[in-house]
Design a protein around this ligand. Structure first.
Ligand SMILES: Nc1ncnc2c1ncn2[C@@H]1O[C@H](COP(=O)(O)OP(=O)(O)OP(=O)(O)O)[C@@H](O)[C@H]1O
Length: 965
């Protein structure tokens, strides 16, 4: 209790008023060591003061560990028991001693010692105040004061005693001090121990805390695991339930499947066919789908092609948009892009403005910064082909300064631009067309610098002043320009590079190597088609325009400012021209600048024109980018009309002449063909008539020949008879002579008679013989009867005439002798028809009807030669009779007579063919027309023609004419 009070009093005393009750000084250097843990009173300053440890270190530490001020009940509770006890002992012991000393000292009271007492009193008061803290309460104080007064009164009487006591007190004090020092040492040791204990306690507490935390975590883990276990148990339970359900379902399904299986066996074929059908249907649908897909893609391609064609027909200027990537500087500045290339494939480009909403532009092609030179040229390549096909082509790059115009047109080492690649393509195609075309390529390089045209291939300090001149309708040229003829790509590129190196380039804020002029590469191609000789003269302009720039932005000064002004002026003139073209204004201000004047041919319809609009992706350049894109959109809207092939004019006039000549020749040929056709027609008609006549004549000849045969036989018979008669007569006369005269001449006569065969000397005899009905030879009547007999019985008519003749002669003479030389007699008896007698008159000479009425025999009679007079019976008898004779004669012929076309007819044809002199084919045709005509004849004729290799034209010509006939 006392301890509590003391400590509380000390605490209170400290808290109450530090100024009023200053802390006691530290008494010794040893105690000063423990300055932080114990309050000490300095002995030097107050040698009379008793040093009392103000607060045990345990208290302070406990307070520090606890609330940091007054030790709380909790803190005291936390303080280990032995510390508390120790603390109490250290504090209580000196106080008790001190109190006892004071009480001892206070008991003797003397006046002398008052000063000392008074001097000690405050000390005691101070000590009591300091040690006890609040001290006794009010009444106790009064009592003590009274006692002190009494003691003071007593002290004055006993000074010696006081001194002794004082000495005692001092000794005690010394003792006390020693004790105190011992105590302090002990205290220190204890404090140390205490601290160590505290530290170990703290460690233990920490350990405990850790352990408890660990236990806590273990407990929570166990708790979690318990929970997990219960959850798993629950899950297991659920799963087992589910498993049971599934098992039963499985059983059911199995049952069902078995049932289905049973059913399936029946339906399986039907199902398989159905499935097959479905599969087939699917396959066909898939096929159809693929077809449709293919068709769609084809259609899309076709649509695109058609669109391109339409554009080409309209002659629109093609516009490709290309955006450069952000450069290192811009990236370092953290610039962001303002262009969206999402639909770049469809030729769309979106620009996001600062304030305004996004703006969409559409071009023929859009190239994002990622797309390389090769990709760009892929779409440019067709223009190179057009140049070789004879079209003027103009490719130019337009845009703000530093957006990559030079990069696109010229490129850099390892990434060649449009210029190089176009030349490469040109020479590649030239190589491909070798043998069919012949080309001549010339190159020139010029620039428009400060509104002046400069030839970049001209060496020397002084360069000529060049001007644009119109050399022909729609053809502008720069007279005096150096044109270097090149044979291959390397040469061409070298020349272009030479020119490019001489170009005016300067450094600006926007571009380190800024082009300060419009650079124009001109490639002229002269082509000749070796197949038909067509010549073309086309031009390819490759233009790298100088970049438009905002003078305020580039901060151009001096020469650069002048250049920039000129560049902007010419570009604005280009803008005016574009506007005029877009609005189809009748006057286009081409001559407002050198650039537009040069571009006049390319912008006024004869060319295929392509513009690259170059833009920057930087959002800081959005203003310029929008300007460029708007300009490009206007350019794209211009319709120049379909491009024209540039046929070489000099060659054109030559070809015109050639065409005129060819036309005239064609006309002449047509007239010739017409007249020939007419001739053929008449000849065909003639031939036809002749064929008809020939046929008739053949018929006649046949009949005549058969008649001749008969006549010949009859004549032979007659001659035989005559000879026989003569012979008989001679024999008779010889007999008579021999009988009567027996002259030597008889032999001679007989021989002479034998030498003379029965050569008909006079046909009058034959006539006589036929007319004489009493003659011994066959008369006509006999022949008639014979023929009639033969008609009725063919075998009967086959009696050889010779036999009959012999029989007749025998009847007449009784003796028959064979003629010695019958062969000579036969030849002499066959009269050949006169050549002229068989030439029939032309059909025109005699009407066809009359010809038909007169019988062939009549005609033969007409044309027969006088030496072969027709028998009297033939001429005198009626027509019916003559017919009968003919039939007899015909039947009497045992062999078939093969009739050849008469020579006369051939001769006649030849004569006709001679009429058509100079037309050999016609003559041949006329000669080869078959006798019989008709399809078979034509076929034969065709085969012959083929064999002889007649050309088709002639055959066609003949066929045509035959068809017409
Ligand atoms: N598509 C691109 N890819 C990579 N670099 C590019 C591209 N376009 C342009 N550049 C780079 O940008 C810079 C400027 O390009 P370039 O000189 O061609 O611009 P410009 O429009 O011709 O400028 P100016 O009008 O001032 O002559 C060059 O260093 C070039 O290499």
């Amino acid at each position: 209790m006392k301890d509590e009070e003391g400590s509380g009093g000390r605490g209170r005393g400290r808290d109450r008023d530090p100024a009023a009750a200053p802390p006691p000084a530290i008494s010794s250097p040893a105690s000063a060591k423990a300055a932080g843990r114990a309050r000490t009173v300095r002995m030097a300053e107050a040698p009379d003061l008793i040093i009392i440890p103000c607060a045990p270190a345990a208290d302070e530490e406990a307070s520090a560990a606890g609330s940091g001020g007054v030790p709380s009940a909790g803190a005291q509770q936390d303080t280990p028991d032995y510390i508390r006890r120790g603390g109490a002992r250290h504090r209580v012991t000196p106080l008790e001693l001190f109190t006892a000393a004071v009480s001892d000292a206070a008991s003797p009271s003397s006046g002398d010692e008052r000063g000392g007492a008074t001097a000690a009193a405050p000390v005691g008061a101070c000590v009591s105040e300091a040690a006890v803290g609040g001290g006794p309460s009010g009444p106790e104080k009064l009592r003590a004061a009274e006692e002190e007064e009494e003691e003071e009164e007593d002290a004055s009487g006993c000074g010696g005693e006081m001194e002794r006591r004082y000495g005692l007190l001092l000794r005690e004090k010394e003792e006390c001090r020693r004790l105190l020092e011992d105590l302090m040492r002990e205290n220190e040791v204890k404090t140390r121990e205490c601290r160590e204990a505290q530290e170990s306690l703290r460690d233990l507490q920490m350990e405990l805390m850790r352990k408890s935390m660990h236990v806590g975590s273990l407990a929570s883990a166990v708790e979690g695991q318990v929970k997990e276990k219960s959850r798993l148990c629950q899950l297991l339970k659920e799963l087992s339930d589910k498993f049971k359900v599934l098992k039963s379902a499985h059983q059911n399904l199995r049952q069902e499947s078995l049932e289905y299986k049973k059913c399936m066996v029946v339906d399986v074929t039907q199902m398989s066919t159905t499935i097959q059908q479905y599969v087939n249907q699917y396959a066909s649908l898939e096929h159809e789908f693929n077809d449709l897909k293919e068709k769609f893609s084809e259609e899309a391609k076709e649509r695109k092609d058609l669109y391109n064609k339409l554009i080409e027909l309209k002659g629109n200027i093609r516009v490709f948009c290309r955006c450069r990537p952000l450069n290192a500087e811009e990236i370092a500045e953290g610039a962001s892009t303002a262009i969206d290339f999402e639909s770049a494939k469809d030729g769309e480009l979106i620009v996001r403005g600062h304030v305004s909403s996004k703006k969409v532009f559409r071009f023929d092609s859009v190239f994002s910064p990622e797309e390389d030179q090769e990709k760009v040229f892929e779409k440019t390549a067709p223009f190179a082909t057009s140049v070789l096909d004879g079209f003027n082509v103009c490719i130019f790059a337009y845009g703000q300064t530093g957006t990559g115009k030079t990069f696109t047109m010229e490129g850099i080492e390892g990434a060649r631009g449009v210029n190089y690649r176009t030349l490469e393509e040109l020479f590649r195609i030239i190589g491909e067309r070798e043998g069919m075309f012949q080309y001549e390529v010339t190159v020139s390089v010029l620039e428009v610098y400060n509104e002046q045209i400069r030839d970049l291939l001209q060496t020397g300090a002084t360069t000529k002043r060049l001007e644009v001149r119109q050399v022909a309708e729609g053809v502008h040229h720069v007279p005096g320009l150096v044109e270097a003829r090149v044979a291959n790509l390397n040469e061409a590129w070298e020349v272009l590079q030479t020119g490019s190196k001489a170009r005016s380039v300067g450094s600006t804020n926007a571009n380190e190597h800024s082009s300060r002029s419009h650079c124009i590469h001109c490639v002229m191609v002269k082509g000749e088609n070796l197949m038909h000789g067509e010549c073309t003269k086309s031009k390819l302009w490759l233009i790298d325009l100088a970049g438009s720039e905002r003078v305020t932005k580039t901060d151009a000064q001096g020469e650069r400012l002048k250049e920039a002004q000129n560049i902007n002026k010419s570009l604005s003139a280009l803008g005016d021209v574009i506007s005029a073209l877009a609005t189809k204004t009748p006057h286009i201000p081409f001559r407002n600048s050198k650039l537009t004047h040069l571009l006049q041919d390319s912008l006024s319809g004869d060319s295929k024109t392509l513009m690259f609009v170059q833009i920057s992706p930087n959002e800081n350049d959005v203003g310029e980018t929008l300007c460029s894109l708007n300009f490009a959109s206007r350019v794209r809207g211009i319709e120049l009309g379909q491009a024209r092939k540039q046929v070489d004019i000099a060659e054109l006039s030559r070809y015109k002449l050639m065409v005129g000549k060819a036309k005239q020749e064609g006309k002449n040929k047509d007239a010739q063909i017409k007249s020939m056709e007419e001739t053929i027609l008449t000849l065909e008609a003639k031939n036809k008539a002749k064929d008809l006549l020939t046929m008739n004549l053949q018929e006649k000849v046949k009949e005549l020949e058969s008649q001749l045969l008969v006549e010949r036989k009859i004549a032979r018979q007659h001659v035989d008879n005559k000879i026989a008669q003569d012979h008989l007569q001679k024999q008779n006369s010889m007999k008579e002579e021999s009988l009567y005269l027996r002259s030597p001449m008889t032999e001679r006569n007989l021989n002479s008679t034998a030498e003379k065969p029965a050569a008909p000397k006079d046909f009058g005899m034959t006539k006589h013989m036929f007319s004489d009905s009493n003659t011994d030879t066959y008369s006509f009547k006999q022949l008639m009867s014979l023929s009639e007999e033969k008609e009725n019985n063919p075998e009967a008519g086959q009696l050889p005439l010779t036999t009959k003749a012999r029989r007749v002669s025998m009847c007449n003479s009784g003796v028959y002798q064979q003629p010695l030389n019958p062969a000579s007699r036969r030849t002499s008896l066959i009269p050949l028809p006169r050549r002229n007698s068989l030439i029939p008159p032309l059909p025109t000479a005699k009407p066809a009807a009359a010809a038909a009425v007169s019988s062939p025999l009549d005609k033969i009679t007409e044309h027969l030669s006088p030496p072969l007079p027709s028998p009297p019976v033939v001429s005198n008898d009626k027509p019916s009779r003559s017919k009968r004779i003919n039939s007899i004669l015909r039947r009497s012929l045992q062999k078939k007579v093969i009739i050849r076309p008469p020579l006369v007819a051939q001769a006649g044809r030849k004569a006709d063919a001679v009429d058509a002199q100079g037309i050999d084919s016609v003559r041949r045709v006329a000669r080869r027309v078959p006798m019989s005509g008709g399809a078979a004849g034509q076929r034969v004729q065709q085969n012959r023609d083929k064999e002889r290799g007649w050309n088709n034209n002639r055959t066609n010509l003949r066929r045509g004419s035959e068809g017409r006939l």
